[in-house]
Design a protein around this ligand. Structure first.
Ligand code: GLA
Length: 439
C-alpha cells in the first residue's frame, strides 16, 4: 500500500517496477504469446448461434417446414435474437452451417444457396440480419466437398471469399472434409484466410484445421493462430453429458499445448453450447456454461430459441458468467486438479480477479460437499492476503471475505458445477490500477 509519507517514484522507475511486476505475475501463464490473425476481430470469444447441433442437415422443408435449413429458420432466429435479450447480452453472430448450398455452382463458378430453401438468397438474408443489428455467418469447406457432400471450395478460394464478402457475410466457418492431403489442408486454410483479407470486408475466420491435423501429427498452433480467429480441436459436440465430458477431458489432457496459444484474436473452440436442448440435465447445462466461460470458448448456441425454457434462457443470458467468458485479459483457464472425483478449473481475469469452477464428476448419489483451501487458488495469489468470493452458479450470492488461510465449503450436485468469482480486496490498489494499464 502506498502511504502518504511515500515519495512518488519517477515515471521511468515506475514503468520499470510495473514491467517487473507484470512479468512476475504473468510469466507463469505463458507470456509472451504469438500475435494472432491481424484482422482486428474476435478480440473476445465470438458469441452467437450456429445451426448444426440442433438442426443438422435437415433439407426436408415439405415435411418439416419449421426445422429444415431454410431462410425462414434464420429469419425467425434473427428476429428472436434481437427481440428476446440475446443481442443485448452479446450474442451477435447468427451462423449458417452445412447444407445451405445448391448442389452445383452457378455459370460463373460461384456458390449459390439452394433456391427452394433460400428463395431470397444469402445477400437478402444478410441485409435482414444486419437490419436487426446482428451479423451473419456462413459455412464452406477447404476440400472438394463439404462434410455433407455439397460443393467444396478447393480451387475456388478467391471466388468464394469474394462471393461471401459481396453478400455481406461477417463470419466464415471453414470445415476440413474431403481434402486429399495434409499439405492441401494447410495451404487451403491459409489461402482462404488471405483471400478473406483481400476482400477488405471484416470476416471472422472460424477454422477446423487442427481437428483434421491431430490424427496425423501435433498441429502447429503458432501458425494456426496467425491465420484463424478460432479453431476446433476436437470431435463434434453432441447433446449429451458424455460428449461434454469427453470435450473437457480432451481439453485438460492437452492444455499445455492449447491454453498458451489462446488470446485476443484467436481462441480454442470446444464447439457449440447445447444448453436448451434435450440431452443435458439442469446441472449438466450449468457445467457446460461454467466451463465454456473458464475455457474462453466461443459461445455459439445451437438450440431452438423459439422454444426454450426460461431456466435455459436465464443460464445462457447470465451476464456475470458471460463477463467471465468475455474477460478482456483474454487468458484461457485451465484444469487445476482432481481430488475425490471433484475437478477444479481456474481462470485469471482482469484486475487480478479469478474464476474458479469445481465440478462434481460423481454420477451416483446426491449432492456432495467439498472444502477448498483458498490458499491453493489463483497460483497462491487470488486470496492473498484476502479476497471477496461470489458464487455465480448455480446460485448468485456473495459468500464474503476469505483470508488467505481460510477454507470454503461447497455442496455440488452430481455432474453439476459451482462457479466462483474471486476479487482481491485490494491491499495493493496502487499496483492493481497501474498494472491494469499495462495488461
Ligand atoms: C463437421 C463439423 C461440424 C459440422 C458438420 C457439417 O462434422 O465438425 O461442426 O459443421 O461437419 O457437415
Amino acid at each position: 500500500m502506498m502511504t502518504a509519507t511515500m515519495k512518488p517514484v519517477s515515471r521511468v522507475l515506475r514503468l520499470g517496477c510495473v514491467l517487473a511486476f507484470c512479468f512476475q505475475v504473468l510469466a507463469p501463464y505463458g507470456l509472451p504469446r504469438a500475435w494472432g490473425l491481424d484482422n482486428g476481430l474476435a478480440m473476445t470469444p465470438t458469441m452467437g448461434w450456429l445451426h448444426w447441433e440442433r438442426f443438422m442437415c435437415n433439407v426436408n422443408c415439405q415435411e418439416e417446414p419449421d426445422s429444415c435449413i431454410s431462410e425462414k429458420l434464420f429469419l425467425q432466429i434473427a428476429e428472436i435474437m434481437a427481440s428476446d435479450g440475446w443481442k443485448d447480452v452479446g450474442y451477435e453472430y447468427i451462423c449458417i452451417d452445412d447444407c445451405w448450398m445448391a448442389p452445383e455452382r452457378d455459370s460463373k463458378g460461384r456458390l449459390q444457396a439452394d433456391p427452394k430453401r433460400f428463395p431470397g438468397g444469402i445477400h437478402r438474408l444478410a441485409d435482414y440480419v444486419h437490419s436487426k443489428g446482428l451479423k451473419l455467418g456462413i459455412y464452406a469447406d477447404v476440400g472438394n466437398k463439404t462434410c455433407a457432400g455439397f460443393p467444396g471450395s478447393f480451387g475456388y478460394y478467391d471466388i468464394d471469399a469474394q462471393t461471401f464478402a459481396d453478400w455481406g457475410v461477417d463470419l466464415l466457418k471453414f470445415d476440413g472434409c474431403y481434402c486429399d492431403s495434409i499439405q492441401h489442408l494447410a495451404e487451403g486454410y491459409k489461402q482462404m484466410s488471405l483471400a478473406l483479407n483481400r476482400t477488405g470486408r471484416s470476416i471472422v475466420y472460424s477454422c477446423e484445421w487442427p481437428l483434421y491435423v491431430w490424427p496425423i501429427f501435433k498441429p502447429n498452433y503458432t501458425e494456426i493462430r496467425e491465420y484463424c480467429n478460432h479453431w476446433r480441436n476436437f470431435a463434434d459436440i453432441y447433446d449429451s453429458w458424455e460428449s461434454i465430458r469427453k470435450t473437457l477431458d480432451w481439453t485438460s489432457s492437452n492444455q499445455k499445448i492449447i491454453v498458451p496459444v489462446a488470446g485476443p484474436g484467436g481462441w480454442n473452440d470446444p464447439d457449440m453450447l447445447v444448453i436448451g436442448n434435450f440431452g443435458l440435465s439442469r446441472d449438466q447445462q450449468i457445467t457446460q456454461m461454467a466451463l465454456w466461460a473458464i475455457m474462453a470458448a466461443p459461445l455459439l448456441m445451437s438450440n431452438d430459441l423459439r422454444h426454450i425454457s426460461p431456466e435455459a434462457k436465464a443460464l445462457l443470458q447470465d451476464k456475470d458468467v458471460i463477463a467471465i467468458n468475455q474477460d478482456r485479459l483474454g487468458k484461457q483457464g485451465y484444469w487445476l486438479r482432481k481430488e475425490d472425483n471433484f475437478e477444479m478449473w481456474e481462470r485469471p481475469l482482469l484486475n487480478l480477479a479469478w474464476a474458479v469452477a469445481i465440478v462434481n464428476l460423481q454420477e451416483i448419489g446426491g449432492p456432495r460437499s467439498y472444502t477448498i483451501s483458498v490458499t491453493s487458488l489463483g497460483r497462491g495469489l487470488a486470496c492473498n492476503p484476502n479476497c471477496l468470493i461470489t458464487e455465480l452458479l448455480p446460485e448468485k450470492r456473495k459468500l464474503g471475505i476469505y483470508e488467505w488461510t481460510s477454507t470454503l465449503k461447497t455442496q455440488i450436485n452430481p455432474t453439476g458445477t459451482v462457479l466462483l468469482r474471486l476479487e482481491t480486496t485490494s491491499s495493493a490498489q496502487f499496483s492493481h490500477s497501474v498494472v491494469s494499464d499495462f495488461l
